[in-house]
Design a protein around this ligand. Structure first.
Ligand SMILES: Cc1ncc(COP(=O)(O)O)c(C=O)c1O
Length: 377
């Protein structure tokens, strides 16, 4: 159990033991299926914890020049990089920091391939299987008109020289059964070209650390794929699965206001600044010790301390009246949450910390006025 008194507030606190549990499972899938599983930085980039990751996995995936540099300098290995579009300005640094580079279009490939090949970098292209079960449009990479990946009708019969890999990302918090269907579509449309390739990257969205995920089924699928195409190295690049349910965001009640019978507890954190996916998705986070819903005597909205009118969520039912100063704990606030925060309104940014397996608080980072000021000019 985290000893919250050892941490500042607000604070993102990741639990080492929970992280290691996820890493163990991911490593066992990697070993049993004979595939490579790498960490997608877009979901998680708390680099002080990277030494823990390196005990289990060797590589990471970057979606920009800064993520690629973080891979090389902090993860300690070159990145598998994919970005929707590279610029001339960034490409030399992308090459310095990457072992694999995936292009989103044939135009991008033609523009940069020669340079990458000269550096001995393994190049690939992103393909669109035109199939995804992701229902939220915001997270569906295969929705009609998508800007991601090449459809099979636009690929020449013989692949352009030097394309060694295909990259296909079509999932989001998905099950192995969705992967099974995606593979059917991917193979139907693209297996014709597999003979030219060395690797196949199946993207992210494989939520193998979720309680109900059928890990055996996933391993079976991956082994089957390898049997069908033994020359291909299979790569998975999940993000969420690594830090799924590994930590919390703590906050405090700083006021309780009431309007038209609706009570809102105002916190020293903000949904729009510190939990943006809650409003974007939207999804309702779990609050420790409270039930979702409007039943009961102590029902509250929780409100952020920004001036955005919509910076609140509701409703939660508590078993007592909320008091100023008391602690509120939001569950599962590590993956994506920590990488997407901002300093809108100049609000205090939560500290970032680890609760070690020995039961100690390791404060990775506390933010100051200077962090806010230096972003602005
Ligand atoms: C290309 C690509 N790879 C990997 C990921 C990681 O996905 P997840 O965090 O859902 O596993 C994403 C997420 O958007 C992505 O776009």
């Amino acid at each position: 159990m985290i000893d919250f008194n050892q941490f500042p507030s607000p604070c993102y606190i990741m639990e080492e033991e929970l992280l290691r549990r996820n890493l163990n499972l991911i490593k066992s899938v990697k070993d049993r299926a004979g595939v490579e599983i790498i960490l997608a930085f877009k979901s998680f980039a708390m680099w002080r914890s990277f030494p823990i990751f390196r005990e289990y996995i060797d590589h990471s995936t970057a979606s920009s020049v800064y993520e690629a540099r973080l891979a090389l300098e902090e993860f300690g290995s070159k990145a598998h990089t994919y970005s929707p579009a590279y610029t001339e300005e960034d490409f030399p640094e992308i090459m310095r920091c990457s072992s694999h580079i995936t292009f989103n279009s044939l135009t991008q490939y033609e523009r940069f391939y020669q340079q990458a090949a000269q550096e001995g970098i393994s190049c690939g292209i992103r393909v669109n299987p035109e199939y995804s079960e992701v229902e939220t449009e915001l997270y569906n990479p295969c929705a009609p008109g998508t800007r991601f990946g090449i459809t099979s009708d636009l690929l020449p019969d013989v692949l352009p020289e030097g394309i060694e890999g295909f990259h296909c990302h079509a999932h989001c918090e998905s099950s192995s059964y969705e992967l099974e269907q995606t593979l059917v579509h991917l193979e139907k449309r693209f297996s014709h070209w597999f003979k030219y390739l060395k690797w196949l990257n199946l993207g992210g969205g494989h939520l193998m650390t979720r309680k109900d995920y059928d890990v055996k089924h996933l391993i079976g699928l991956l082994k089957g794929l390898k049997e069908r195409y033994p020359h291909l190295q299979i790569i998975l690049e999940p993000g969420s699965a690594f830090t799924w349910q590994t930590g919390v965001l703590t906050a405090n009640v700083i006021d309780v206001v009431e309007s038209k019978g609706i009570k809102t507890a105002i916190l020293n954190v903000s949904f729009t600044c510190h939990m943006p996916d809650c409003l974007e998705m939207p999804y309702q986070p779990t609050v420790r010790g409270a039930e979702l819903g409007e039943e009961g005597p102590y029902v509250y909205r929780l409100g952020g301390n920004s001036c955005l009118s919509g910076d609140y969520m509701g409703y939660w039912s508590f078993d007592h009246e909320l008091k100023i100063g008391e602690r509120i704990v939001f569950e599962d606030m590590i993956h994506y949450t920590t990488v997407k925060t901002n300093m809108f309104n100049g609000i205090h940014h939560p500290a970032i910390a680890l609760w070690t397996k020995e039961g100690k608080a390791e404060i990775y980072k506390q933010f100051s006025y200077e962090d806010y000021r230096d972003r602005m000019s």
